[in-house]
Unconditional design. Structure first.
Lengths: 215, 284
């Protein structure tokens, strides 16, 4: 137990990086995912086809492979940046496919009359989507988005395997340095994730209630 | 509702022309993106024949890749079977009347669902030698992690499947004198399994993708094998291409599994009508 208390600052630093990766990855995934979902429902066939291809390919590739291609593959094309940015990029691209699927099902869940009414007062496709359908869709997809972002939080641990010093990497290093206290270290690291996951789950359910009332 | 028809009018002649123009612009944009990518490849010598020749001239490469794939599938198969067993046991615990079974099962499910799988695998791999005194085969560390995590997820799928059944099923079973255990085993589970089959197959996709985490504990699965292969001098120039081959293998296998899930879902809908309860999962 002493090891955990002594290294509380090390844990805090590791999990702060976990939080950063999660937030930046979530913002990137939300933007990219919404764009892909808009392409998917658009009247333009090539964009629709591209969106379908993108979601299917990205969704079915393991995140570790996405990381490998980003960190070891992109430099081959003379695209280099810091490990942290590559990690955010990989997480955002991977998660965006799931966000796109959630947004699309959210769009489908908005009552047909809403879009019909918008069109009948002369709104174009992009106006219908951005002013009428999407604001309502986002409300419906708070629960699925919540589970996607909690999964993203857990997925940031994969950055550890590529040398980013976040929560899981911190655990590995502490175990290597303090072999006798392996159980407390593991429990403390797991507790870090459980606390973060439960905390964000709580925030999301408050958000959900807030938005539900606003309707 | 099908959004394709609702979000925009059925195109008339002018709108059709606009869609056509939009399509051309869209194609042009996507083409420009592709051209930019190819340009990047070409500028960095990634399109030269030497980069692709080793794939044709080194049969050993495909052999090693086959070994990696076999190891991936092996870990996934063990993981799936054990996770199914664990999942059904935990679900039975969560559905039980007794608090002594329900609370521990709930805690176990919530804990393993909230912990990153990578951390689980790593923890098992690092803690086992210290606690037991002998080292653990990476395969079993990976399978143990996959079992615990997916077992917890499957337990939730099973629970959702059982709870989606009409209440009358339980009541009727109890009324004819079956015990609680018999009700679950003989009446509820056989029906629930059908409802949750698509969700279970989707979870199999997740499990298969997650076997790639084995590379961190030096289990010789597909990704690890590829990382090893690009160290070879013949492939030092084609590492990007090797990784893309790995991605394609995963995508093809998972697309096939996805098709299976969609087929099962369709068949289920046909058999039981549109009102059949569905089990939703996030397959991340």
């Amino acid at each position: 137990m002493d090891v955990v208390v002594e290294n509380l600052d090390v844990f805090a630093r590791g999990f702060w990086l976990t939080v950063q990766l999660t937030l930046l990855g979530a913002v990137g995934a939300l933007l990219l995912g919404t764009l892909i979902a808009a392409m998917r429902v658009s009247p333009i066939p090539p964009l629709r086809a591209f969106a379908v291809g993108y979601t299917e390919v990205v969704r079915n590739t393991p995140l570790t492979v996405v990381f490998t291609i980003a960190i070891f593959g992109l430099p081959k094309l003379d695209l280099t940046t810091s490990l942290f940015r590559f990690a955010v990029l990989a997480l955002a691209v991977y998660t965006s496919a799931f966000v796109a699927e959630a947004v699309r099902s959210g769009i489908n869940s908005v009552a047909a009359g809403q879009a019909e009414a918008a069109r009948s007062i002369g709104m174009s496709f992009s106006q219908t989507l951005s002013l009428v359908v999407l604001p309502q869709a986002f409300r419906n997809i708070v629960p699925p988005l919540a589970s996607i972002f909690i999964a993203l939080l857990k997925n940031t641990s994969i950055a550890a395997a590529f040398g980013t010093r976040e929560g899981t990497q911190t655990m590995q290093q502490l175990i290597n340095a303090n072999g006798q206290a392996v159980i407390p270290i593991i429990l403390a690291s797991a507790a870090g994730y459980v606390v973060l996951a439960l905390g964000s789950g709580f925030l999301f359910s408050r958000l959900e209630r807030r938005l539900a009332v606003a309707r | 509702m099908s959004s394709q028809v609702v979000l925009y009018d059925v195109p008339g002649p002018r709108a059709r022309r606009r869609v056509l123009i939009g399509s051309l612009v869209g194609l042009l944009l996507l083409g420009a993106l592709l051209a930019l990518l190819l340009r990047r490849f070409a500028d960095n010598g990634q399109l030269e024949p030497e980069v692709y020749r080793p794939f044709l001239e080194q049969p050993l490469f495909w052999e090693r890749l086959g070994d990696g794939l076999r190891n991936t599938l092996k870990a996934a198969a063990y993981g799936l079977v054990l996770a199914l067993v664990l999942g059904f046991v935990l679900a039975a615990g969560r559905l039980s009347q007794s608090v002594l079974l329900r609370v521990p099962a709930t805690v176990v499910v919530e804990f393993f669902r909230a912990t990153p799988l990578l951390l689980l695998i790593l923890a098992i791999f690092l803690a086992y030698p210290i606690l037991v005194g002998s080292s653990i085969d990476p395969l079993w560390a990976l399978v143990a992690g996959l079992t615990l995590y997916n077992g917890a997820v499957i337990a939730e799928i099973v629970r959702a499947g059982v709870q989606a059944l009409p209440k009358g099923q339980t009541e009727a079973a109890l009324a004819v004198g079956l015990s609680r255990g018999q009700t679950l085993r003989v009446v509820l589970l056989p029906q629930a399994v059908r409802i949750m089959l698509p969700a279970l197959v989707s979870q199999l996709v997740v499990l298969l993708k997650d076997t790639s985490l084995g590379f961190i504990i030096a289990y010789e699965e597909l990704l690890r094998t590829s990382r090893f292969l690009v160290e070879a001098p013949e492939f030092s120039r084609s590492s990007l291409q090797v990784f893309l081959v790995i991605a394609v293998i995963y995508v093809v296998i998972n697309l096939l599994l996805g098709r299976l899930a969609a087929y099962l879902e369709g068949r289920q809908r046909k058999q039981f009508g549109g009102g059949t309860p569905q089990v939703e999962t996030t397959t991340l």
